[in-house]
Design a protein around this ligand. Sequence first.
Ligand SMILES: Cc1ncc(COP(=O)(O)O)c(C=O)c1O
Length: 238
Amino acid sequence: MVEPIGGASTGALVPPDDYFDVIKHICKKYDILLILDEVMTGMGRTGAMYAYEHWNIKADIIALSKGLTSGYFPVGAILTTDEIVDDMMEKGGFAHGHTLAGNPMGCAVALEVYNVIEDEGLVENSAKMGKLLIQGLNKLAKRYSIIGQVRGKGLLTAIEIVKPGTKKDIFPPEMDVNHLIADWAFKDGLILYPRRPINGLRGDHILIAPPLISDKAVIEELLELLDKTLARSMFMLG
Ligand SMILES: Cc1ncc(COP(=O)(O)O)c(C=O)c1O
């Protein structure tokens, strides 16, 4: 089971080009199903409808949620192959169930989201705006050495936070710097998602994932506000 691009666990970490070749090789060798968690990366978030499309891979099962209903209705789903469905049906069918599973309204919302994504070209927009955003973040990283790394694809991006001038040294965990930065950003009118996934102590980074409908003006405004927040962060923490 793998997230093709890390979401909240690794902060928009994009695997190296040959990563999925190795995964494919291991799955084939040991006859293991490949399950992709696209709960965060799916539905256009990374500039492709599903993030696996960035590589030459085919999953056996894909988990979806979040963007499946644009967050407006609680729906999760799995996509799978005819082969797996046939096998399951032969062995008694999908016997699991939940009180509210297969909710018609939820399914209608999810189907409509597919229509809106297609009609409004949101996958293409995510790829295009994501390029602008990542370019802008890389420019900010050159000016503010508190950014250790810029990561991501499409509109799923993150900046790693490190001690200014060190490239990799982390702030003492008790400072909780990424929350400080997110609080300053909030005061400036920008909502960021501070994360520290390694035992809640390390791996300071901030996820930046604006809506798929963002246009150039929104990305520029986001980068301007982030610029202001980073200047303040360097002054306070540098
Ligand atoms: C990548 C990923 N997978 C799975 C989940 C869990 O999804 P749910 O809250 O629908 O159980 C999350 C939730 O944040 C997630 O980000």
